[in-house]
Write a new protein. Structure first.
Length: 597
């Protein structure tokens, strides 16, 4: 061996020795000792795993799934470890726990648990549903009763759910003064984007035209006086800073959280996103979310997605650093993941930005950013740091700004599995769908735009745009990962009703009308949208969304299979129980408030 060969040989040997030493420094993982195994036996287990799509048994230990198949298939586990065979679901159908990819957990709990003015019925997990108010007079009568029920004349009354389209009127100070001109009254509309107040609120909180002259969306009448309208996020956030302490009571918040948790549990949901986390008060929201995640009364896992604007206002130059450190608060039931932006205003109140054609009445609505370039610049620090970005995007201009901003971000720093999610996707075009596919983005569609809004909105949008709102069929045919959501409290969380909608394209008010039937999808696709696709949308598909070994043992236990019942009956399939980390929670157990400790 010459000198050169010897040198190469020794170098290679040295390299392998160094590698071997490095490997030896890493301790091999210890095999966990399993506690008792529970095998749940069912009439059918629908796994959402294409390799084993159905089964009749699933083995669980220590909160996670061990094995899926038949009872006989469990023998490698059951022969080795103490096992309980649980047959309480023998006549039921087990699905992965449903995943709500876009809701507002604390905000929804607060508002659903307050006096309501929604035009449609709203479920109550602990009692009778709210029947709804059919018109302005009924809404005014309800407001007068709500006010009369409060003994303290100076206490602020917060009411949720005014629907401008259904009521045919946008409230203002003069209308609300008919209830009371002295008690502070705040009406939060059903979209969550707008608030309306009376003279009592304006005087109580010392709001003047001069103080709000630089705040977009605060309404001024022809005489230069406040008209009581606080339209979209900037105006709404201003009002919340003033009145938040009076309408968001710390002692009520834990119960509000439980209210939403139980409402979701009764719908089969075991994991939910909390989009725009920190909108109200980041520190307070974090505290209550942490406490609730450790409460035995909790029946859901929560994936908080922080709202960029208030988070940046709080932390300034340390925004990204603070956001990256949020995973220190993670546990099995609290998983921080991603950041939220708003591209435009609301679909329900018809304030989203529309270009050509505009709304039928000629208005064009509003967007958050003047251009895709401006929007891209706002998102870029988060994009560069690797964040999963979610964008509220409704109108045609909002959607264009969102998609074009994503292209600018990709041009500046290419990313592969970026999971950029277009949320709601209210007024899409086929061109937008193609570009979303090209940019490898994800869509989470608000299908209540069909199930609860189509009949109400078509007069402002035209029959065609109201019909094909969200275009889920086109999205699926183009291979785009698509999930569906309620945006609670915009609508009550109800995954099976959402699945019914994308299959039938019907609305709950007039189910003989089919809106854009070509956009319908199969029941199999619909169930993916509320399980594995929804988990993917939130970035937790490695933990939930399908029944596979290693994932959390989270299940929705149903009375029948939504994929085999007639399509028109999907929304009526009953939820019998959920299972969270192997713990069985019958729906009957969440029908009343419980101690949180």
């Amino acid at each position: 061996m010459n000198l050169k060969s010897k040198f190469i040989y020794l170098s290679v040997i040295g390299l392998f020795s160094s590698f071997a030493s490095a490997v030896q420094l890493i301790d091999p993982p210890s095999t966990p000792k399993l506690s008792n195994i529970t095998v749940f036996v069912a009439k059918k287990v629908v796994t959402m795993d294409p390799a084993i799509p159905t089964a009749t048994a699933v083995a669980v230990a220590d909160g996670r799934i061990l094995s899926v198949g038949s009872l006989a298939d469990m023998k490698p586990w059951t022969d080795k470890y103490p096992t309980q065979i649980n047959k309480q679901f023998a006549d039921k159908v087990i699905y992965p726990g449903f995943v709500e990819p876009h809701a507002h957990v604390l905000l929804g709990g607060i508002l659903f648990n307050k006096p309501m003015l929604t035009p449609s019925p709203m479920p109550n997990p602990w009692g009778p549903s709210f029947a709804g108010v059919p018109n302005v007079q009924a809404a005014m009568d309800a407001l007068k009763k709500y006010s009369a029920d409060i003994k303290d004349p100076n206490k602020t009354l917060l009411v949720w759910g005014w629907d401008e389209v259904a009521m045919g009127r946008v409230p203002d100070r003069q209308l609300l003064d008919q209830v009371s001109a002295t008690r502070p009254i705040i009406i939060w509309n059903g979209s969550g984007h707008d608030m309306y107040v009376n003279s009592g609120t304006i005087n109580h909180y010392g709001i003047t035209p001069d103080k709000v002259k630089d705040i977009a969306g605060v309404g001024i009448d022809k005489n230069g006086q406040l008209n009581g309208r606080f339209i979209d996020l900037a105006a709404e956030m201003y009002l919340l800073k003033l009145a938040g302490k009076d309408i968001l009571k710390p002692n009520e918040v834990p119960n509000d959280y439980l209210y939403m948790s139980d409402l979701m549990q009764q719908a089969g949901i075991t994991t939910t996103g909390d989009l725009a986390f920190g909108s109200l008060d980041f520190d307070a929201e974090l505290k209550v979310a942490q406490a609730f995640s450790k409460s035995p009364a909790s029946s859901i896992r929560v994936v908080p997605v922080i709202y960029a604007d208030p988070f940046k206002a709080k932390f300034g130059d340390k925004t990204i650093q603070e956001a990256l450190s949020l995973n220190q608060y993670d546990n099995d039931q609290l998983i921080f993941q991603g950041v939220k932006f708003y591209s435009d205003a609301g679909y329900m109140p018809e304030t989203m930005r529309m270009e050509h054609p505009s709304f039928v009445n000629g208005t064009i609505g509003q967007s958050t950013y003047k251009s895709a370039q401006e929007f891209s610049a706002a998102m870029k620090p988060w994009w560069d740091a690797g964040f999963h970005i979610h964008v509220h995007s409704n109108g045609d201009i909002g959607n264009q700004h969102t998609i074009n901003a994503l292209q600018l971000l990709q041009d500046s720093k290419p990313r592969f599995d970026h999971r950029f999610t277009v949320n709601h996707f209210g007024i899409p075009s086929t061109a937008m769908v193609f570009k979303i596919k090209a940019l490898n983005a994800v869509v989470s569609a608000n299908i209540t735009y069909v199930s609860e809004r189509a009949k109400l909105q078509y007069a402002a949008l035209g029959m065609d745009r109201a019909s094909y709102a969200t275009r889920v069929g086109t999205l699926v045919r183009n291979g785009i990962v698509t999930s569906i959501h309620s945006d609670a409290p915009v609508a009550a969380p109800d995954p099976l009703k959402e699945a019914w909608t994308v299959v039938t394209r019907r609305d709950v008010y007039n189910d003989s009308k089919v809106w854009a039937p070509a956009e319908a999808v199969s029941s199999a696709e619909a169930m993916k949208m509320i399980t594995i696709n929804a988990a993917y949308t939130l970035g937790v598909e490695d933990k939930v969304g399908s029944i596979e070994p290693g994932k959390y043992a989270d299940f929705a236990v149903l009375n029948s299979d939504p994929q085999t019942v007639p399509a028109i009956n999907i929304k009526d399939v009953g939820v019998y129980a959920t299972v969270l980390g192997g713990k069985v929670i019958p729906v009957s157990e969440t029908k009343k408030p419980r101690p949180l400790n």
